[in-house]
Design a protein around this ligand. Structure first.
Ligand SMILES: Nc1ncnc2c1ncn2[C@@H]1O[C@H](COP(=O)(O)OP(=O)(O)OP(=O)(O)O)[C@@H](O)[C@H]1O
Ligand SMILES: [Mg+2]
Length: 513
């Protein structure tokens, strides 16, 4: 688990030392989580408010619509009653009084005359019934002849009309409004509009003439009422639908926000872990530096003393002592190399940003290792592309590429071929090193960048970690794989130097040649 472990082997358990940024079991906690749950509660509340307001508004609007319709119906009913009063006065009352001297509706002739007037006026209009009451509240005339002469049919509030009051028309229904959807579709005459109108002896009901009786006009307004109810239902359903759509959108937004936050928190945690690991490395680097300081000087003294004693023993032909001294010298040399490697890894140097021709560096390395390769009968095949300019630290890049080449030689042991390729891929300078050795062990390939992982007796296991640290500090990357034809392949990618740098460097080079 290279990413979860620090140098001291401590395993990060997903809980940082700090106060925030906790992520457990997929639930978000900490500052981000808190503010999100706050936002969620707020969203729910605002949704509730929007829902209530829109519902209230929809009821208000649809009620307004119903009232407007009712006012129109009432206006029309009053107009009709007034017209009836007018027609009855002009076409029935006046001629009847002139002809008979008084009005007696029980007389068939008078009744038929009134009936003729009434029916000619209400012909084609949605009038379901019309009654005329006398002062005893007895039905003196009705469009339903069976009601004539009956008492007790007059509504309770008819008294005002006898006094000459113009009463407001009222809506009458056997079914409660809220129960109407249960009786859908509504039958005719479910909702009626009733007008009680004082019949007077003048055409326009000015109030100057006495009240002769009361006219009760009943209209069937069920169809219009049903339309309004449908309209009301449509508004409420639309409000509900838009609230539901808003609600779904809100849920989607909250979920997205949660996902983004969770990713961000995971990234933060990763960064925190990396920071901790870097801090550990820095503190370890300090300790190592002080230890190295303490070790280096006595080690140098041991090495030079061993060399001196070895020379003395050789001059005295004391071969046994000379061999022992040589061993001390070799080991102290190896030990100081290890200390230096350790220091390089623990205290990585900040690379310079000089223009570096990677091919020149490779040439220098090859010249240096030529002897060793030839001794082990290893052939180096170079396929270089000319010049490969990068910005960086020549010494560090030399070190990294040298480590890769040495690993290849050590893997092949004797008799092999090391193929070196350089080329450009998009904005990257690529150095590819393939050897004909056994290749990387697939079981351990993931561990090769871990410090101190080695399969060699005399190895420190710091070679590849140093390579990676150097290449990454240059903004590049290192990739390990096995070639199809066998053998290990190491691919190093470094950002190409900008074109201006390459051009000016190329010119300098030509001048210097
Ligand atoms: N070209 C290669 N072919 C096969 N295995 C390799 C190759 N290069 C590296 N390895 C494996 O990777 C391990 C780690 O390499 P690394 O360079 O980090 O350390 P090392 O070579 O063992 O020691 P050091 O470089 O400090 O002398 C090696 O021990 C070896 O097992
Ligand atoms: Mg090595």
């Amino acid at each position: 688990m290279p990413d979860n472990r620090g140098v001291d082997g401590q395993v990060a358990n997903g809980q940082t030392n700090g106060k925030k940024g906790l992520f457990r079991g997929g639930r978000l906690q900490g500052d981000g989580g808190l503010s999100l749950s706050y936002a969620r509660t707020l969203s729910w509340l605002s949704l509730l408010v929007v829902l209530l307001v829109s519902l209230g508004l929809s009821f208000f609007i649809s009620n307004q619509a119903r009232q407007t319709l009712m006012e129109r119906q009432e206006g029309f009913a009053l107009l009709l009653a007034q017209n009836l009063n007018n027609q009855i006065f002009q076409r029935f009352a006046v001629p009847t009084i002139l002809a008979y001297g008084h009005i007696a509706l029980r007389q068939e002739e008078q009744h038929d005359r009134l009936d003729g007037v009434v029916r000619s006026v209400i012909e084609g209009l949605p009038v379901s019934r019309l009654r005329v009451y006398d002062f005893n509240r007895v039905v003196a005339y009705s469009t339903d002849p069976s009601e004539i002469g009956r008492k007790g049919l007059a509504p309770l509030n008819i008294g005002g009309a006898f006094q000459g009051e113009l009463l407001k028309p009222e809506t009458v229904s056997d079914i409660d409004v809220w129960k109407m959807p249960l009786h859908w579709p509504l039958k005719p005459n479910t909702v009626k509009l009733r007008v009680l109108y004082p019949l007077r002896g003048d055409a326009y009901n000015t109030g100057a003439s006495p009240v002769l009786g009361v006219l009760e006009l009943t209209q069937d307004i069920t169809a219009d009422y049903a339309q309004v109810l449908l309209f009301q239902a449509a508004i409420v359903i639309m409000c509900l639908m838009s609230s539901i759509i808003m609600f779904i959108l809100l849920i989607i937004i909250i979920h997205r926000a949660e996902r983004v936050l969770s990713l961000r928190m995971q990234k933060n945690m990763q960064l925190e872990k990396e920071l901790q690991s870097t801090e550990r490395l820095v503190s370890m680097g300090r300790v190592v530096a002080s230890i190295a300081h303490e070790i280096r000087n006595p080690l140098g003294i041991i090495r030079s003393t061993a060399e001196l004693l070895q020379r003395r023993a050789s001059s005295k032909s004391d071969k046994a002592t000379a061999m022992l001294m040589q061993a001390i010298y070799d080991e102290s040399l190896r030990l100081s190399q290890t200390v230096n490697d350790f220091l390089d890894y623990a205290r990585p140097r900040q690379p310079k940003q000089d223009p570096v021709d990677l091919e020149l560096v490779i040439g220098q390395i090859l010249a240096f290792v030529e002897g060793d390769f030839a001794r082990d009968n290893i052939v180096v095949e170079s396929h270089l592309c000319g010049h490969l300019w990068v910005l960086g630290d020549k010494d560090l890049l030399y070190r990294a590429l040298y480590n890769i080449l040495v690993n290849g030689r050590q893997a092949m042991k004797k008799d092999g071929t090391l193929i070196l390729r350089t080329f450009e891929r998009e904005d990257w300078a690529v150095v590819e090193v393939t050897d004909s050795g056994p290749g990387f062990d697939p079981d351990t390939i993931d561990k090769l960048f871990e410090p101190f992982f080695t399969t060699k007796d005399a190895g420190t296991g710091l070679g590849l970690p140093i390579v990676r640290s150097i290449i990454e500090s240059h903004g590049g990357s290192v990739h390990l794989s096995n070639a199809e034809e066998g053998g290990a392949r190491v691919e190093v990618l470094l950002p190409l130097a900008p074109v201006e740098v390459q051009e000016s460097c190329g010119a300098q080079k030509q001048l210097s040649v």
